[in-house]
Ligand binder design. Structure first.
Ligand code: SF4
Length: 393
C-alpha cells in the first residue's frame, strides 16, 4: 500500500499580515479570463519532500497524495511568501458583511459553541471525500472519526443547541448517506490524467493519484492565477467533488445542515460565489470537457436525522445550477473586488456593519448586539481564535 501525505511543516498563515500586504483598489474593467504571462506556469513539479507515509486509517488502498508546485515557486515557503492568499470561503465573508469579515478574517474569531457543529461538518466532508475516492465504507467511517477527534463518549450538555452532535449520531447519518448514495448517485467522480489538464495557471495543487496515474479531484486543493483589470489575482479553493454527469463536468458541493432540506433552503446557494469560483477554476483546468455548473448535495444532520419517525428529507440534491462563462468571470471579479475592499477597510480602520436581515443567522450577532465598549469581553467569553495553516483552505 502506498500511503503519502504532506508533512505538517506548513507555515502558520496570518491573514491579517497578508491583508496588510495587499494592493490598492483598481478601476473596475472587464475581467480578462485569458492568462497573462504564461512563461512561469507551464508545468507542475511534485514536491518530493512532502511524500512521507501516514498511518492508517487515513489511507485508501493504492492512492498517493501529491503536492505540486509551479516552477515559479521552488518551495512551499516561496509560494507562501509571495502569494497573497485569497480563498473562496474567505471571499464570501467579505461579500456577506464587512464587519463579519473583520471578525472572521482579520481577528480570526469563531463562536465557541459552534465548534462541534463545524467539526461535524468537517468530519462528514472528510468521510465523503474518502468514499468518493473509492474506499470502502469502513475507511470513510474511520476518517470521519479521525477528523471528529472528540471520541465516542463526547456529549454536550442536554440543553446545548448542538447536543445531538456526537460520534454515534454522525455514524448513523453517514451510514444512511452511503446507502442513499449507492442508490441515487447519478454522477461519477471526475478522474483525469495530467495530460488532459491545462496547468498553465495552476500555481499549486494537492490531489490524490491512482496507481495508474489518474488524478482524483475530490477535495483537491488548487491555487490558480487569474487576470482581472490587467492584474494578477491569485485564488485558492478546495472543491468538494468535481464529477461527470451526462458527459460533462459538474461540481458537487456537500452541505451538511441543521436546517430542513428544501428548495427554499438550497436557493441560498444557487448563485454561490464560491461555487462559481470553483467552476471558473475547472473551466481553465479541464478545457477538453464541457462544464455545466454546480449541484448541492444536502445532508440533514439535525437532531431528527436519526429518528425513525422523521418524515423530512435526510438527503437531497439540488440543481444542477447552470452557469454561463459570464457568471464565472463575474465570480472571480467579485472575489478580486472584495479583496481590494478589505484593503480599503483596513486603511480606513473601520469595517462597516451590513446590519440587515443577514444578521439573523450570523455567528457574530452577539458581538454586534453588545455595546462597542464591551465587545472585548464578549470576545473573551464567547469566541475562540482560529488558526489558519497555509494551504488549509
Ligand atoms: S451581526 Fe450583522 S452586522 Fe454584525 S457581523 Fe453579522 S451580519 Fe455583520
Amino acid at each position: 500500500m502506498k500511503i503519502v501525505k504532506p508533512t505538517n511543516g506548513q507555515a502558520r498563515h496570518s491573514r491579517l499580515s497578508r491583508l496588510s500586504r495587499a494592493g490598492t483598489a483598481g478601476d473596475t474593467q472587464a475581467v480578462d479570463g485569458t492568462p497573462g504571462s504564461r512563461d512561469e506556469g507551464r508545468d507542475l513539479t511534485p514536491v518530493a519532500r512532502d511524500r512521507v507515509p501516514v498511518t492508517p486509517p487515513n489511507t485508501v488502498e493504492g492512492l498517493v497524495e501529491e503536492f505540486s508546485l509551479s516552477p515559479r515557486f521552488p518551495t512551499r515557503e516561496a509560494l507562501e511568501a509571495e502569494v497573497d492568499f485569497w480563498d473562496a470561503t474567505t471571499a464570501q465573508w467579505v461579500g456577506d458583511c464587512p464587519r463579519r469579515a473583520e471578525y472572521s478574517i482579520r481577528l480570526g474569531l469563531e463562536r465557541r459553541e459552534e465548534a462541534p457543529y463545524l467539526a461535524a461538518g468537517k468530519s462528514l466532508h472528510a468521510a465523503l471525500a474518502v468514499y468518493y475516492a473509492g474506499a470502502p465504507d469502513e475507511l470513510a467511517r474511520a476518517e470521519m472519526h479521525r477528523i471528529w477527534a472528540l471520541g465516542p463518549d463526547f456529549r454536550l450538555p442536554p440543553n446545548h443547541r448542538f447536543a445531538h452532535l456526537h460520534e454515534g449520531h454522525l455514524d448513523v447519518v453517514l451510514e444512511n448517506y452511503l446507502e442513499h448514495a449507492r442508490r441515487r448517485d447519478v454522477f461519477t467522480p471526475l478522474r483525469l490524467k495530467k495530460e488532459d489538464l491545462d496547468l498553465t495557471d495552476v500555481l499549486a495543487a494537492k490531489w490524490l493519484l491512482t496507481p495508474d496515474g489518474y488524478i482524483v479531484f475530490g477535495e483537491c486543493k488548487l491555487v490558480m492565477r487569474f487576470e482581472v483589470n490587467g492584474e494578477e489575482f491569485i485564488y485558492a479553493g478546495r472543491p468538494d467533488l468535481p464529477a461527470f454527469m451526462s458527459g460533462s463536468v459538474m461540481l458537487v458541493d456537500h452541505k451538511s445542515t441543521n436546517s430542513y432540506l428544501s428548495e427554499w433552503w438550497a436557493d441560498q446557494h444557487r448563485f454561490s460565489n464560491q461555487l462559481r469560483g470553483y467552476c471558473a477554476m475547472f473551466k481553465k483546468l479541464v478545457p477538453k470537457h464541457e462544464l455545466t455548473g454546480a449541484m448541492i448535495n444536502g445532508l440533514y444532520i439535525g437532531a431528527k436525522a436519526t429518528s425513525k419517525e422523521f418524515g423530512g428529507s435526510r438527503f437531497a440534491r439540488f440543481g444542477p445550477y447552470p452557469y454561463q462563462p459570464g457568471h464565472l468571470a463575474e465570480a472571480i471579479r467579485n472575489q478580486y473586488t472584495w479583496r481590494k475592499m478589505m484593503t480599503v477597510y483596513e486603511q480606513l480602520g473601520y469595517y462597516p456593519q451590513h446590519a440587515s436581515k443577514l444578521c439573523g443567522g450570523c455567528p457574530f450577532a452577539d458581538l454586534c448586539e453588545a455595546s462597542p465598549a464591551s465587545r472585548a469581553s464578549v470576545i473573551q467569553r464567547q469566541y475562540v481564535a482560529r488558526s489558519f495553516n497555509f494551504l488549509d483552505f
